[in-house]
Ligand binder design. Structure first.
Ligand code: ZN
Length: 128
């Protein structure tokens, strides 16, 4: 739509954008799709058809704050309400099953020096 057309529409708010869309679609051959139709916005999980699994903790961990351990809100993740509800339930199940931590370390202790390395014991393990 050119500038003059936009100005004309602003003059006639009762007619609006839908009226011009209908008129333009009437000129198209019947059965053709509406070229002005907007694409439906899908959330990340719906768009890629990702199934949430309680055993896939690496996926679920991305939706949880590493500082507070809380699930990010919808305005942060951009998920639809259906997927968000599913996510919260799946995270709860994953925590109960032991795939995800329930308690998180206080961020001020994250840089503490390691007291020991479990992969390098002082003496060999009795079973080894
Ligand atoms: Zn969705």
């Amino acid at each position: 739509m050119n500038r003059a057309g936009a100005r004309l529409l602003s003059w006639m708010p009762s007619i609006g954008k839908n009226f011009t869309e209908r008129r333009l679609c009437a000129t198209l051959p019947s059965g053709s799709p509406n070229p002005y139709e907007k694409e439906k916005v899908k959330c990340l999980l719906c768009a890629h058809d990702i199934k949430l699994d309680y055993k896939n903790s690496r996926l679920l961990q991305q939706f949880v704050s590493s500082f507070s351990g809380r699930v990010y809100d919808r305005h942060v993740t951009g998920l639809c309400s259906h997927q968000h509800d599913k996510l919260v339930k799946t995270i709860a199940l994953s925590r109960r099953a032991g795939y995800m931590p329930i308690f998180v370390k206080d961020p001020k202790y994250l840089r503490d020096a390691k007291l020991f390395d479990p992969m390098k014991p002082i003496r060999s393990h009795s079973f080894a």
